[in-house]
Design a protein around this ligand. Structure first.
Ligand SMILES: Cc1cc2nc3c(=O)[nH]c(=O)nc-3n(C[C@H](O)[C@H](O)[C@H](O)COP(=O)(O)OP(=O)(O)OC[C@H]3O[C@@H](n4cnc5c(N)ncnc54)[C@H](O)[C@@H]3O)c2cc1C
Length: 412
């Protein structure tokens, strides 16, 4: 991205590039395709996990930690560098271009940490934040329930206070990365008599507790990246309630506000690379002179360019010190709907061979089969396309609100 962000940012970029070149172990970039989406699952997900166990990755992790480049966007007093959104975008881009991993602490870094920073007490910050940075605590998100996804404020999992503890009981579902987590941030109902949004609490519970059981849910891509979880009286100290009892909705809104983070400015890079891979596939399949395929590829190229310029617009907003508003919904809609369609185009280009999975155990898929199957989840998680369209219509365009079911009917 060759946007002039001023001499300070240019200097930051040059220093960072030098630092990466000096500190990234030689074999690191070749260990795996670190730029592959974390949600890739299946074979690619396993490849990433194996590469992360390598000594070179551990060495890189130590170098990043010593340079405060893990959770660098967190304020200095909490272990980060207080990096602003523009520098974060540059950092993501430089790591991407160098083909080295960012060592991201997942939901701990992007969702829990910022919520604890905003709503936690000094004691809670001192306890929970360093454990995220050093990798001791790995979080998964316990928001969705079998009957409550988009309607998050309706969650029914109970949190009951017992002395100086809170006891959490209920069922959560679609929990990404549950198998890697030792902690879960849960939204639970602590005051059933209160109005829907008012009786909720945001609790950090131990996920390796014997009172937790979880089962992987296999997706149609073959991956079993997420789980359903049964919380059967999981105990946590009241200390683990962030933002105070019955104040969980505010904390959850902080969490959801961070869910899409600063990636809007770099995500087109992955789609661009994938696009050229598809052009290569079309060449190999003798399809590049097919007028329909050419039209489809032109559509895809245009989509990638639109994402690129929309990312630049977000970056410009951030550079002016403003937070992106409903454009985050536009970006989410754009990439998720684009990617679904691209998967369909790719399968058409591969042709009848796309109907055959490769041999091997563990439900392997080719990369295009994986794009076709797993991209369908993109229009559901982090807010479905319908929810995003409503946000754009109502908050950006000022259109009349869509009629909602009565509060009583949706309370169930
Ligand atoms: C890959 C993946 C990973 C996920 N990871 C996690 C995770 O780690 N933790 C977690 O807690 N959850 C996770 N989820 C769950 C996700 O947040 C929910 O699936 C999502 O919020 C939608 O909820 P739902 O599935 O209950 O569908 P519902 O909310 O029941 O929606 C069903 C349909 O109704 C539409 N709809 C609902 N409400 C409205 C409305 N007000 N206006 C218009 N249309 C509406 C929806 O768009 C959808 O088409 C994940 C989901 C996926 C696919």
């Amino acid at each position: 991205m060759d946007l002039d962000l001023g001499p300070d940012v240019a200097r930051f970029r040059a220093e960072l590039r030098e630092w990466i070149a000096a500190n990234a172990p030689a074999e690191l970039a070749g260990l795996a395709d670190w730029n592959i989406a974390a949600t890739a699952g299946g074979y690619q997900g396993r490849q990433l996990a194996a590469a992360a166990a390598h000594a070179a990755y551990q060495q890189w992790q130590r170098a990043l930690r010593d340079a405060r480049l893990i959770c660098p966007q967190w304020p200095e007093e909490f272990g980060g560098q207080g990096m602003d959104a523009v520098r974060m975008a540059v950092l993501n881009e430089e790591f991407y271009q160098a083909g080295v991993p960012r060592v991201h602490r997942g939901m701990g870094e992007s969702l829990v940490g910022p919520s604890v920073i905003v709503h936690g007490t000094p004691e809670q910050r001192a306890h929970f934040l360093p454990r995220i940075i050093d990798g001791t605590d790995v979080y998964c998100q316990g928001f969705s329930e079998p009957d409550f996804g988009s309607d998050l404020a309706g969650v029914q999992t109970r949190g009951e206070v017992d002395g100086d503890q809170i006891v959490v009981t209920g069922q959560k579902i679609w929990t990404s990365g549950a198998a890697r987590a030792n902690m879960m941030f849960v939204l639970c109902r602590t005051d059933p008599a209160a109005e829907k949004h008012a009786g909720l609490s945001y609790v950090l519970i131990p996920f390796n507790d014997p009172a937790v059981t979880y089962r992987p849910v296999r997706q149609m891509s073959g991956a079993a990246e997420f789980c359903e979880d049964f919380l059967d009286g999981v105990r946590a100290p009241l200390f683990n309630v962030i933002g105070g009892l019955n104040n969980g909705w505010r904390v959850a809104m902080t969490t959801l506000g961070h869910e899409r983070g600063g990636r809007a400015t770099v995500q087109h890079l992955g789609f661009e690379r994938e696009f050229w891979e598809l052009v290569e596939t079309a060449r190999k399949n003798g399809k590049t002179s097919d007028p329909v395929v050419r039209q489809q590829l032109a559509w895809a190229y245009t989509g990638v360019q639109m994402m690129k310029f929309s990312g630049l617009r977000t970056l410009a907003t951030l550079a002016e010190g403003r937070q992106p508003g409903p454009e985050a919904s536009v970006a989410k809609l754009m990439w998720s709907e684009y990617h679904r369609r691209l998967g369909e185009i790719a399968i058409g280009i591969v042709g009848s061979a796309a109907m055959l999975r490769p041999d091997g155990s563990g439900y392997p898929t080719t990369s295009w089969q994986n794009v076709f199957l797993s991209s369908r989840a993109g229009t559901i998680y982090s807010g479905t396309s319908e929810i995003q369209r409503n946000i754009v219509a109502e908050r950006a365009l000022g259109l009349p609100k869509e009629p909602r079911p009565s509060a009583q009917a949706s309370q169930r």
